[in-house]
Design a protein around this ligand. Sequence first.
Ligand SMILES: [Zn+2]
Length: 119
Amino acid sequence: MTKTRIVLIALLFFLGIAFTVATGGLALLLILPVVGILLCIWVYKDAKARGEEAVLWLIVVLITNVVGLIIWLVVRPEKEIRRKKESDEETEFCPNCGFEVALESNFCPKCGEKLNPPD
Ligand SMILES: [Zn+2]
């Protein structure tokens, strides 16, 4: 093996590593924003479905990404409890905030809006 040949192989070897690192870095740069946007959309829809401040959560996840997602998963209200309530008693929705309230309630427990004013 000549000296030039060894130098050439070494050069190609390092070029290969540099190429892998460069493309891997590019792939990460492309994938991360896509994942971030998908997270934002999912949290936004999930928050809306659960009657929470969807826009607020969208901003939180937009800034903090996975950390915001974890916070949302911890603090989000359970859907199952709401469904159980529906079948157990008659309910209506607060005209002010959309919170589900028992039909006999006079005030919304979430925002304090007056409901069913007794005439
Ligand atoms: Zn309300």
